[in-house]
Design a protein around this ligand. Structure first.
Ligand SMILES: [Mg+2]
Length: 122
C-alpha cells in the first residue's frame, strides 16, 4: 500500500517524501496536479492507503480532487496541505470528505503524527 502525494510544487513533494521516508514510509506515489493524480489512481485502484493533497494546483485543484477521490473511494484518509489563508477552502474540503489537514510550513514530526493517526484508523 502506498501514500500518494499530490502537489504542483516539486519542492513540497520532496519535503513530504523525505519526512515520510525518515519514519519508514517508503512506498510513495507522486502526482503534480489533480488530473495527474486521478489518472494514477484509476490505473492502480486500491493501491493508495493515504492521500496527501495540496489545495492550490493547476488543471484540477485539491478541493475538486477530494470530491473525485470520494466518488471512487469513500474511506481512504485524505490529509490536506494548506496555508493559514485557506480556511474557507478547508471547510469546503471537509464537506467533500477530507479527513485532516496540516498547515504549511510544517515540521516532519508534526506531519508524521497526523499521518500515523489516520493510518491507525484504517
Ligand atoms: Mg500548490
Amino acid at each position: 500500500m502506498a501514500i500518494m502525494i499530490v502537489d504542483d510544487s516539486e519542492v513540497v513533494r520532496s519535503v513530504v517524501k523525505k519526512s515520510l521516508s525518515l519514519y519508514g514510509y517508503h512506498e510513495i506515489m507522486e502526482a503534480e496536479d489533480g488530473e495527474d493524480a486521478l489518472q494514477k489512481i484509476k490505473k492502480g485502484p486500491g493501491k493508495v492507503e493515504l492521500f496527501v493533497l495540496d489545495v492550490n494546483m493547476p488543471k484540477m485543484d485539491g478541493i475538486t480532487l477530494v470530491g473525485e477521490i470520494r466518488k471512487l473511494n469513500p474511506s481512504t484518509p485524505i490529509i490536506m496541505l494548506t496555508t493559514e489563508t485557506d480556511k474557507s477552502k478547508m471547510l469546503h474540503a471537509k464537506t467533500l470528505g477530507a479527513t485532516g489537514w496540516v498547515i504549511k510550513p510544517f515540521e516532519s514530526e508534526k506531519f508524521i503524527k497526523v499521518v500515523e493517526m489516520f493510518l491507525k484508523k484504517v
